[in-house]
Each structure stands twice: as C-alpha cells, then as structure tokens.
Design a protein around this ligand. Structure first.
Ligand SMILES: Cc1cc2nc3c(=O)[nH]c(=O)nc-3n(C[C@H](O)[C@H](O)[C@H](O)COP(=O)(O)OP(=O)(O)OC[C@H]3O[C@@H](n4cnc5c(N)ncnc54)[C@H](O)[C@@H]3O)c2cc1C
Length: 471
C-alpha cells in the first residue's frame, strides 16, 4: 500500500454502539465496577479508498473486486489467514457456488491446483489449506493491503457519515479513515459499532442457530469408511449413498462406540486421500459477541470432538489409526447480527421467488435452520422451513446500511430476517455479495459519492472489468 500518510486521530467523539466496548472515553471518575479509559491520540492512516472489515468469503471477494476496479483497499481480519469460515473455520464444503465472477474464478483456480472434489459446480469439497494460499496470492496480486491479526473495534461518524474506524493489534490501536467501508465481519461488528440497528436469530435474546466446531482427521483407509462418509461419490442428500443415509450409518457406529454427538446429523466426509472432515457438535444459545460464552463453547466442542474420535478409534477395525489433524481455530458461527439495510429480505421473498432490479445474486440454496436447543435437535436436527422456497434475488439495497452513510455490508451480516438469512448465508452467495459490494464501494469512493448514490447498472462495467482481470 506504499507509505501511508500518518496523522494523529483524537478518539474523543465516542459513538453509542451496541454492547461492544468502544475505544476511549474522557478521563474522570467512573461508577463502581467500571473503568473509564482515557482519551488518547492514535496514528491515523488515510491511504485507502475502500476499507473492508473481515476477510471471509465475502470480505475477500469485496477486497479483490474493489482493488481490481482500481481502488486502494485495506482488508482487516482478526485471524492469521484469509477465508473466514472457509479456512479458520475448516468448513471444506461449498454451497450455491455456480455463479459468475469471483466464484467461477475460485472454482477454476482450485481445480488447477487439484484442490476441489466433485463434479457439481454449485456444491463441492475444497481443501482449506490450499484455499488459504490461493486467497492470499489473489489479494497480493490485486494489490490489496492485507492486515491480519487485527480486530476492528470502534467506529466514528460525523452525523450519519462513517469516517474512521479503530483497530487493535500487536501494533496497538490505530485509526483508519476512508470514504467507504464494507462490513464483512459475518457478525456485523462494524455496523453495530457504527450505531446501525440490527437483528439476530429470532430475536435479540438470540434463540439462534447453534455453533459448530469443524475438524479434520486422518483415517487409515477412507474407502473402508464409504458407508459412513457423506458426499463420497454423490452429492445427493437421500437414497442409497446419500448424505442422510451415511449420517444414519455413522450414528450407528457412534452408538456402537458408546458416544452420542450433540449434532443430530453428525457428518464425516472425504476431503482428500485419507483426510476427512468432521462436523459433530452443536452449541446452543451462544451470542456471537459474548466472549465468555464463545470461549466456553469452543472448549466444550473441542473436547467433544476428541471424545468422539477416541471412542471411535477404540472400536478398531475401520476406525483404527483415526487421528485428529486439526480443529478449527474459530468455532463456526451460523447466526450473527444482521445489519439493517435499505431493503430487508424476508421469508416472503423466498416464497415468491422475488426478482429485483438491482439483483446482485440469485439464491438457489434452500432454508437450513439447525435446531436451537438440545430438545429440538433430538426431534429434528435441521428444519428446512416447511415451505417451498423458490430461487430469489438479493438486491443491492440489502447490502447498503440504512442508518449510516458510507457503509455497506457483504456476507451473512447483510439485511434480512431469520428465515431468509438461513438460506442466503452460504458461501456462494457471500462471494457474490462481496463482489457487488466491492464494485459499488470502489465506484462510490472514486467518484466522491455514497454507496446508495451508485446504481447497480453503473456498477456493471466495473464488475466486468474487474472480472476480466481475474481470468
Ligand atoms: C458450522 C457451519 C457449517 C456451514 N456449512 C456450510 C457449507 O457447507 N457450505 C457453505 O457454503 N456455507 C456453510 N456455512 C455458512 C457459511 O460458512 C457462512 O455463512 C459464510 O462463511 C459467510 O461468509 P462471511 O464472509 O459473511 O463470514 P465469515 O466466513 O464468518 O467471515 C467473517 C470474517 O470476519 C472476521 N472478523 C469478524 N469480526 C471481526 C472484527 N471485529 N475485526 C476483524 N475481523 C473480524 C472473521 O475472523 C472472519 O474471517 C456454514 C457455517 C457454519 C458455521
């Protein structure tokens, strides 16, 4: 990104946000049990046209597209790699990916590395370590200023206009200003810090989807596990060899081993050779901003994964030699904040198969609501909404913050209700949203406008030009 211009930023104008600690307040006596942080000067960098917060599937696509469209881009992530749930979360499976642009490019580049399994262009297995490297190479080549190990922790506005964020890292606290920001944190951290209204789960008390810790394991001979491994030669859900058939066979093995997985559809599937992915647990009622609860859920779920693997290994036979290769650094968060946009997608859109003039993507993935409690999990681990969903459009307006100017969202934190989110959140859609947000943000920043002043039609040539650079 070249040598940034450095000024000093006085973090005094605190925004009332949403339960998140903001960065600094005036010194002075604080009520008992509270500590008042002193106002301080921070280094201020003003070297970006677009700042993308969060480098998951949505954030990487946004940063890549904005940079390819000519914007100077800063991309922040709290983890030590790009990819979010794809990599730090060890997801290994992709849904709703048969889309043009960055999605098609990633699929082709994974294929070129031999890092993708499956004939279906929309749903397939990928190797998470290859994905890490690929995303880094693409972002470096596009000139994205990548900053890892850095958390976005506060936001500052003048009136409705977001102008500065503050990050925290080993480099201390730093302030960053830009004309346009994209919240791709999955949990909507930036939108919340900026004072946007937001929703979560079925209500603010978070009857919400459970969290799951994914893991990788090595087995002696994956062919010997064919009856228990989902997506092993077929991507169908039902019938012989289908996902649910394998799940039931795997559950019977768990029973034989004397253990029960807390996720009612425990899943094991091949990633490469004798490397398999495990999705075994559910953690209920955890709010993604409750650091204590997330820490406890992480510790509990890692222990559960090991408990189950040890019990299976003790069975011997096809399970002999089973070893955990890696557990996810980040427990998988299905439900985070949904920042209010200029359009809120709802269940009615899914029922109607809504078409939008400013459609940034068409969602074909159905509703996927994991049980919200142990009891519900016993009765029905996954609820598909009990209605017929029709492919529907995500409008650009759902990616533009309603309450704050200069802020867009991409990925699972865009604007929608609980049911719509349970469908559009999968990674093919996150990538398409990121691409759209990156193009619009770049256009807005470089033409001195706000994202809501840029039309989707205007963004088309920008997207096409950015795509041409990705071929
Ligand atoms: C257990 C589980 C299974 C799933 N199964 C599938 C599946 O099979 N296929 C599929 O396609 N989708 C699946 N999904 C859904 C999908 O993974 C997510 O919805 C998707 O990752 C959304 O992408 P995103 O970029 O919005 O968010 P994320 O992948 O969550 O990325 C957000 C990024 O922001 C970073 N971040 C967060 N807060 C901050 C902050 N304050 N400062 C800096 N960085 C921050 C995070 O570190 C992360 O890298 C699954 C999700 C889970 C949890």
């Amino acid at each position: 990104m070249g040598d940034p211009s450095r000024r000093r930023f006085l973090s005094s104008a605190l925004l009332g946000a949403t339960g998140l600690p903001l960065v600094a307040a005036a010194a002075g006596p604080a009520p008992s049990g509270r500590f008042r942080e002193e106002t301080q000067e921070l280094p201020l960098k003003a070297d970006a046209d677009v700042i993308v917060c969060g480098a998951g599937p949505a954030g990487v696509a946004a940063a890549l597209t904005a940079a390819r469209a000519g914007a100077r881009v800063r991309l922040f992530d709290v983890h030590g790699c790009l990819g979010g749930v794809w990599t730090a979360g060890l997801l290994t499976y992709i849904f709703d990916f048969d889309k043009p642009g960055v999605a098609r490019e990633l699929r082709a580049k994974l294929d070129a590395r031999g890092a993708r399994r499956g004939a279906n262009a929309s749903r397939f297995v990928y190797e998470p370590e290859e994905m890490k490297l690929l995303l880094e190479e693409l972002c470096v080549a596009a000139g994205v200023g990548i900053r890892l190990h850095t958390r976005v922790c506060a936001a500052f506005k003048s009136g409705r206009r977001l102008h500065t964020i503050v990050t925290e890292s080993k480099a201390g606290r730093e302030a960053w200003t830009a004309p346009v920001f994209i919240d791709a944190t999955g949990d909507g951290d930036l939108g919340a810090q900026s004072g946007c209204e937001w929703d979560v789960g079925q209500s603010k008390d978070c009857p919400c989807q459970p969290m799951t810790m994914n893991a990788l394991a090595v087995v002696k001979d994956v062919r010997a596990l064919a009856a228990f491994t989902s997506f092993n030669g077929t991507d169908s859900f039902t019938g012989p060899g289908g996902h649910l058939t394998c799940v039931e066979a795997f559950k019977a093995e768990l029973k034989r081993a004397g253990v029960e997985a807390s996720y009612g559809h425990p899943t094991i599937f091949p990633v490469r050779d004798n490397l398999v992915m495990l999705m075994l647990n559910h953690e209920y009622g955890i709010k993604p901003w409750d650091a204590d609860a997330i820490s406890e859920a992480t510790v509990r779920s890692r222990a559960e994964v090991f408990r189950i693997m040890r019990a299976l290994r003790a069975l011997g036979g096809v399970w002999e030699g089973l070893q955990i290769a890696a557990t996810a650094e980040q427990i998988g968060v299905r439900d985070g904040r949904r920042i209010r946009g200029r359009y809120v997608m709802t269940k009615a859109d899914l029922l109607a198969g809504a078409r939008q003039e400013d459609a940034v993507a068409r969602v074909t993935f159905g509703v996927d609501i994991h049980a919200g409690s142990k009891e519900a999990n016993r009765a029905k681990p996954i609820d598909n909404g009990d209605f017929r969903m029709r492919p529907y459009d995500i409008p650009l307006r759902a990616l533009v913050a309603r309450d704050v100017d200069g802020l867009m969202m991409a990925g699972r934190c865009i604007s929608g209700d609980f049911v719509a989110h349970a469908s559009y959140r999968v990674t093919g859609n996150a990538v398409a949203m990121g691409e759209a947000a990156g193009a619009v943000a770049s256009l807005a920043a470089r033409s001195g406008r706000l994202p809501h002043q840029v039309s989707w039609d205007e963004a088309q040539p920008v997207i096409q030009a950015a795509r041409a650079k990705g071929l």
